[in-house]
Write a protein that binds this ligand. Structure first.
Ligand code: SAM
Length: 226
């Protein structure tokens, strides 16, 4: 990933480093994005709602969602078996009944129309075949369900990457070198918003599904399935 190719599977060290050093700070980005596009309003409605977190990592966001919206039924999948083991342990420690499975976003092990919401943050840039990944997210989403997929885009200015790192509250000393490293190794090699718009059009998603978030270098697929 950061030390090899963006679409290669995380090494043990990359998964461990993300899990222990970044994931909790990235929760600030999750809340920023969820609030920006008002998925929080949908999730706050008190009814049983099945949500799939695609590329859930060590489960930090899924656990935060469950704590905030206890009525959610959450499933998380990730390609890394190590991350799924960590996610299961975290859920057990909290006494939460969440389902975590090792699986590939490009081949989701669920029947059509299984979920009321499909959410993914920080994972799509790693999918070697993003058309397949997005078509899988679309397939497992119920009609009327909510899609929110967000991740890094190459349409990033250094200033936007700085804003992104500021939201994560990286410690002062590390902020500058990490910002520079992310710009070079994560944002620049990622895909453009234009490429994601082509994917949305190929999958016949509603017009306006893909946007670039204001002031941070993140694209977003946000729509309701007709
Ligand atoms: C930057 S981390 C984000 C983790 C989590 N969503 C978060 O925000 O903390 C990206 C995650 O995507 C996972 N991933 C990469 N390619 C994947 C794929 N094809 N299918 C499922 N997960 C994938 C990685 O294993 C990693 O855990």
């Amino acid at each position: 990933m950061l030390f090899s190719n963006l679409t290669q599977k995380y090494s043990f060290l990359e998964a461990w480093g993300y899990d222990h050093l970044i994931a909790n700070r990235a929760l600030n980005l999750h809340t920023h994005i969820l609030k920006h596009d008002k998925l929080t309003d949908v999730l706050a409605v008190k009814k049983e709602l099945r949500l799939l977190d695609v590329g859930c990592g060590g489960g930090q966001a899924a656990l935060w969602l469950k704590e905030t919206y206890p009525h959610l039924q959450l499933t998380g999948i990730d390609l890394s078996a190590g991350q799924i083991t960590r996610a299961r342990k975290r859920a057990r420690r909290k006494g939460f009944n969440l389902q975590f499975e090792t699986a590939d976003a490009q081949n989701l092990p669920f029947p059509n129309e299984s979920f009321d919401a499909v959410y993914s943050f920080g994972s799509a840039k790693h999918w070697p075949d993003p058309l397949k990944g997005f078509s899988e997210c679309w397939r497992v989403l119920k009609s009327g369900g909510e899609l929110l997929v967000a991740d890094a885009t190459s349409d990033a200015t250094p200033e936007q990457v700085k804003n992104f790192c500021a939201i994560m509250h990286l410690p002062g000393l590390l902020r500058k070198p990490i910002t520079a490293m992310l710009y070079r190794r994560m944002f620049r090699p990622a895909r453009s918003v234009k490429a994601y718009r082509q994917i949305a059009a190929q999958l016949r998603m509603p017009p306006g599904t893909v946007s670039h978030l204001p002031s941070i270098p993140v694209f977003m697929f946000r729509t309701q399935k007709p």
